[in-house]
Design a protein around this ligand. Structure first.
Ligand code: FES
Length: 162
């Protein structure tokens, strides 16, 4: 699966582990168990050790992202403007906790330290779209919009298959 990436690291030892995992995640979006197993074999480390590294660092993800990734800024500027309640409202609306993906794989909810838009705090982004000076009351409407977009795309796929 990730042979092309592995071949970029001819040294085949533990010193390459993190760069290999980073490259694979960049390519595939996450690190599956199969991939971790391949990497373990490649660098000559036990699977448990590779898994331990992948779970130790926040940068690595062991499950695929949802279609829409919601990033809730929890930096200082957003924190003082009530971003904690924004996060709580999103968790309630989506039925998941931060760091998780909805069962239908439509939404992933994450927190970030600062997304560089402090002047419009509190702020979230959903993929490339930013929502600034956000209030809790706006959350249901925003989520509904993205749910509709996901549904429309699914419907279009179904029509083109038929
Ligand atoms: S602290 Fe939220 S955008 Fe900077």
């Amino acid at each position: 699966m990730c042979k092309i990436i592995l071949n970029k690291f001819p040294k085949k030892d533990r010193s390459c582990l993190i760069p290999i995992l980073q490259d694979i995640q960049t390519e595939y979006g996450y690190l599956s168990q199969d991939v971790l197993s391949d990497v373990s074999e490649y660098v000559g480390m036990p699977f448990a050790s590779v898994y331990g590294v992948a779970t130790f660092y926040n940068q690595f993800r062991l499950s695929p992202l949802g279609k829409y990734v919601i990033r809730v800024c929890r930096g200082t500027a957003c924190h003082v403007k009530n971003s904690a309640n924004i996060l709580i409202a999103l968790e309630a609306e989506l039925g998941i906790s931060a760091g998780c993906t909805t069962r239908d794989k439509v939404f992933t909810l994450e927190t970030v330290a600062c997304i560089g838009a402090c002047s419009i705090a509190p702020v979230i982004n959903i993929n490339e779209e930013y929502f600034g000076r956000l209030t809790v009351n706006e959350i249901p409407k925003i989520i509904k919009k993205y749910k509709n977009m996901a549904k429309k795309e699914e419907d279009n796929k179904t029509v083109s298959v038929v």
